[in-house]
Design a protein around this ligand. Sequence first.
Ligand code: 5AD
Ligand code: SF4
Length: 425
Amino acid sequence: MKYYIETYGCQMNVSDSELVASILNTAGHDAAADIDSADVLLFNTCSVREHAEERVLGRISNEKHRKKAKPKFKIVLLGCMAQRIGKRLLETDTGIDYVVGVDNYRQLPSILAGEAHYALDFDTKEVYRELQPVHSNKHLGFVTIMRGCNNFCSYCIVPYVRGRERSRPYEDILQDMQIAIGQGIKDITLLGQNVNSYNYNGLSFPELLRRLNDIKGYYRLRFITSHPKDLSDELIKVMRDCDKVCEHIHLPLQSGDPEILKKMNRGYSYQHYLERIISLRQQVPDIAITTDLIAGFPGESEAQFEATLNAMREIEYDYAFCFKYSERSGTLAATSAEQLPESVRLERLQRMIDLQREITLKKFRAEIGKTVEVFVEDFSKKSKAQVSGKTRDFKIAVLSGDASLIGSLQYAKVLDATSGTLICE
Ligand code: 5AD
Ligand code: SF4
């Protein structure tokens, strides 16, 4: 059968889709060039906010019509939404034929053969050993180092849909790295919901990074996501010492207010967070820091929201992913009687975005005149006479040039900047 995978949500889903492709290829199926030529359409989905789920349901209802022309056409729901509401969706008229959860991808071939309609059992031992992910991008690679999450932040659905935390064996990670490097991938991101708590038979995350840094050849090493409560001095040292580890950390703050942080069950104080930032900036000069922030958590007062704005001003993130709080049933925060009106959440979100845009512009403009290392990934979105890529510290850079630069490393001078792009020569 020819299959086509549409992926939503975080990089973990991108990486999981690469695993699914590998499982399907091994079972004798082939990737279709587009949806029109596919017999099976798989949606790998995200449940982190309501909006993400609505988008996928909309997409599925747009593709249902294909079953009329092709009676054997199947729609499969994978990932977090499958796990959260898949069974319910299967029972209603959504067009979904099969539902497969995050620990059950190995069962996909038998499910496509009609042996069952769903597989949703958690399996804390499943770390998808002995599979070779099919990399979907020629230049950027993702290597999953752990699956699941044990943190239960009170707003978050992830621990309920991805199950308990487990670390992948070092040998498997090493093998995935070598495959990616062998394929010419030069920018590799290690993935986990909380990479700082990686622990495989005593092997810690900093030590894992040190070992991977020793693999020969040029490549960049990144990792997401770090949890501030588990960010150790040792990790900061490794970031300082290891040449391949890029000068960027994504460190979600979520809120700048102590009470809200407690209600979120984040496990750190703002003071602790700030101390980590100071230490990172001291030891890794020019490190870029990005974050995730939530506006309008249940019970958040105007003053508590302003504490987050003040934190943004104090820390000056290079970039912040800002979200308005979204109730996820089954989580603790969704049971709070203090849910804020949508209008308040939206208004706060907008203020957050506006402030961050100013800060990002300032940060990007501070790069003008510097020489940056750009790994060129593609043509720029605006013009075929320009190419674009990322700096080591995860900023998008565009420079004049043609296809011959794609896949190469360039040292470029920053001439100008917007609040999202460095314009280089
Ligand atoms: N509402 C809004 N944002 C959320 N996130 C996680 N759960 C929710 C929610 N219920 C955000 C957090 C997290 C990022 C991946 O998504 O900021 O870090
Ligand atoms: Fe969700 Fe918190 Fe786990 Fe991140 S650390 S996935 S926010 S529960």
